[in-house]
Design a binder for this molecule. Structure first.
Ligand SMILES: Cc1cc2nc3c(=O)[nH]c(=O)nc-3n(C[C@H](O)[C@H](O)[C@H](O)COP(=O)(O)O)c2cc1C
Length: 436
């Protein structure tokens, strides 16, 4: 094992795509990028954990923690059409086969290898309505994948295609992308707008797409690998059980099939893995939702320090919002705004602006010192929650939301809630820094 730069570890030992590479990704989850130079079964290198750290996603998008929310909202409202041309992904164009692609099998109990980092592009009405989204893909055999489609925009496009008398949709599945391009798969643009055009903002307008060779679909021209497919709307296969965000198995369902009719890749392409339930999965799910929560909360209180869909809460079920409280009644309104912005949310904590919402020790300290259970708790029973919450009624998606107001009561002397500090002179700072 050798570090090639600050953020990448190169693993030379031969590891298997079945369990061994996923185990390494799990071991280093949330840390550095791992590049597997010698997978046991193939000559193709595998990379993982690319977007597993918040700072790397921000860097890739050219944004900072301070301007992330404005940046995503601006990009979503102002898509920039991508140019179309050729690119390195067309160095090799082949007939459709999954045989040589090092798809990972992650967990004991998985039904087979799963492509988890692929983002699916499709369009209907001659490109008038487009969509880009992440979908897990179970390898059924050398040419077929089962695709999990939660009823959202891609699902709606399959309905439109059916209504137009079509039995299939042409799709591209892009794997091995720049982080700013990858985020297209987890952003929600208005229906019909291509999320590639949204993230083109993060590329300064330079994101180039290429036309697939075997199907009528677009894909990033600088992708490592693109599968060209026919999504057969009414042909179904058993998909799952799959380990989802929660780290528990999602149920089996009948889901549509993608037939892989072509493959395009760079000469010496790197296959990108993404560990289900790992921090990359959670960050990519949660981060794009934070701006919406931020916008809703800003409708209630003017100064919002930050929104954190916490990694521990699967980037999906737990949210911490830090804001400046002006009136005693603000926090419960803020809690209601948070729940309205992200209907899958289960628990939300609101804290004063002296608490960093990304530092869970500070958040817990605020709960310990500023929260009073009989007054500061908001319970919303029998409400829609996430299908990923095993404690809820997963079929009806019904559960209970809990809001925690961990802000200081305004009628009590603020001195009682201030964290005591020890004065540190410049001289002492220098002495102490020698030992850190
Ligand atoms: C790593 C990852 C895997 C995902 N897997 C799926 C999936 O299998 N099926 C699905 O419908 N959504 C999945 N999602 C969520 C969607 O891609 C995401 O909600 C997207 O914004 C939906 O796009 P839309 O708003 O254009 O419909 C996944 C997201 C991530 C980050």
């Amino acid at each position: 094992m050798e570090e090639i730069d600050d953020d990448v570890i190169r693993i030379k030992e031969p590891l298997s795509v079945k369990y061994e590479i996923p185990a390494a990704l799990h071991r280093f989850d949330g840390g550095k990028v791992l590049l597997f130079e010698n997978p046991k079964e193939t000559g193709t290198r595998v990379v993982g954990g690319v977007c597993g750290a918040r700072h790397r996603i921000l860097k890739g998008m050219g944004l900072t923690a301070e301007n992330l929310y404005e940046g995503i909202i601006h990009a979503t409202k102002n898509p920039v059409k991508c140019k179309v041309g050729d690119g390195p992904v067309k160095e090799v164009v082949e007939e459709g086969s999954l045989k040589d692609i090092p798809v990972l099998t992650h967990f004991e109990g998985d039904p087979g290898p799963y492509i988890t980092s692929g983002i699916v592009y499709t369009s209907v009405s001659g490109g008038e309505q487009e969509n880009v989204s992440f979908h897990r893909l179970l390898v059924l055999d050398e040419r077929r994948l089962a695709i999990r489609i939660v009823p959202r925009h891609l699902y709606r496009l399959t309905q439109l295609a059916s209504e137009a008398g079509l039995s299939s949709l042409d799709v591209s599945v892009s794997i091995g992308l720049h982080p700013a391009t990858m985020i297209a798969g987890s952003l929600t643009a208005p229906f019909g707008v291509s999320e590639f055009d949204v993230v083109n903002n993060f590329h300064g307008g330079s994101l180039k797409l290429t036309r697939c060779e075997h199907v009528d679909a677009l894909a990033p021209a600088d992708a490592e690998l693109v599968l060209e497919g026919k999504l057969w709307i009414d042909e179904k296969a058993t998909e799952g059980p799959f380990v989802d965000l929660s780290g528990t198995f999602d149920v089996q369902r009948q889901q549509p099939i993608i037939e892989v009719v072509g493959v395009m890749h760079r000469e010496d392409y790197i296959y990108q893995g993404l560990l289900p339930a790992g921090s990359e999965h959670r960050l990519m799910m949660g981060m794009p939702q934070e701006p919406r929560i931020w916008e809703y909360v800003r409708g209630v209180v003017p100064n919002v320090r930050g929104v954190n869909l916490t990694v521990g809460g699967m980037g999906w079920l737990h949210c911490v919002v830090s804001f400046e409280k002006f009136r005693e009644g603000d926090p419960k309104n803020v809690l209601m705004a948070i729940f309205a912005a992200h209907p899958s949310l289960k628990h939300a904590v609101v804290v004063d602006s002296d608490i960093d919402p990304f530092d869970m020790q500070q958040v817990e300290w605020a709960i310990a010192t500023r929260f009073k259970g009989d007054e500061d708790l908001l319970l919303v029973p029998n409400v829609r929650v996430s299908s990923l919450d095993p404690a809820a009624d997963q079929e009806k998606e019904l559960g209970c939301k809990v809001g925690i107001d961990a802000t200081r009561p305004m009628f009590k002397d603020p001195k009682g809630f201030r964290r005591a500090e020890i004065p540190v002179s410049e001289e002492l700072r220098k002495v102490l820094s020698k030992y850190s």
